[in-house]
Design a protein around this ligand. Structure first.
Ligand SMILES: [Zn+2]
Length: 227
């Protein structure tokens, strides 16, 4: 009898199977499989649509909650209908003396996975970071993180909290802070809501475009998206 076909080999196979099963359950190796009808992706680079859109892509720098860059390029994209809606937001805000500054738009799924793996248990519990098993609306190219710039000074305005601040001050209905900062936060929100974006209840800077369900989770790196 050949040992390789004996019960020990069977046991080994079973152990390997278990190990693989545990690894996959605890740490997904790719974006979730989604069934159903989806629209064709058409990611548009925001500055090509409107060069007056300001960018402050924190995840391409060390100035983010991970203190290290997770994007190789400082670029921002949204699916075309969301990108065009954001251009209309810009045109609404400009006569009031403000413009938008974008921190993040489309985010490849593997970056969401990096966020999840780096987050604390509490950050995961309150969904400060998206669970990669479900993906983020950023992965669908239909979420944008942004703030306002004062067109006179060119500076980012003071909001009730900083971007990616994990606190009550980040809630869009937080009643503290200065009246000016609350008014600016509410100005941004009203302009975004008028164009089909909804604010995330724990982050004044995060908005989901109404059609997000129509787009798949994507994992295309910025470098692979044409100029
Ligand atoms: Zn966001």
């Amino acid at each position: 009898m050949n040992d390789l076909d004996g019960p020990n080999t069977m046991k080994l196979h079973f152990s390997v199977f278990l190990l693989v099963a545990v690894l996959f359950a605890g740490c997904p190796h790719g974006p979730p499989k989604e069934s159903g009808q989806f629209r064709q992706a058409e990611l548009v680079e925001l500055v090509t649509l409107d060069p007056t859109i300001r960018l402050d892509i924190r995840y391409a720098t060390t100035n983010n909650f991970l203190h290290r860059p997770v994007y190789a390029q400082s670029r921002a994209f949204l699916q075309r209908p969301a990108a065009e809606a954001l251009m209309r937001v810009q045109r609404t805000l400009n006569p009031k003396g403000y413009g938008v500054v974008v921190f993040d738009g489309y985010r490849p799924w593997s970056v969401t996975k990096i966020f999840w793996d780096s987050a604390s248990a509490e950050e995961r519990r309150v969904e400060f970071v998206a669970n990669p098993r479900k993906g983020s609306r950023h992965n669908r190219g239909c979420a944008v993180d942004l703030s306002l710039v004062d067109l006179q000074t060119g500076a980012e305005v003071q909001m009730p909290s900083g971007y990616d601040e994990f606190s009550k001050r980040a809630f869009p209905d937080y009643a503290g802070g200065t009246p000016e900062s609350r008014a600016l936060r509410d100005l941004l929100r009203a302009a975004m809501e008028a164009e089909g974006f909804a604010v995330y209840p724990a982050e004044w800077w995060h908005f989901d475009y109404k059609d997000w369900r129509q787009y798949r989770i994507m994992d295309v790196p910025f470098e692979a998206i044409g100029k």
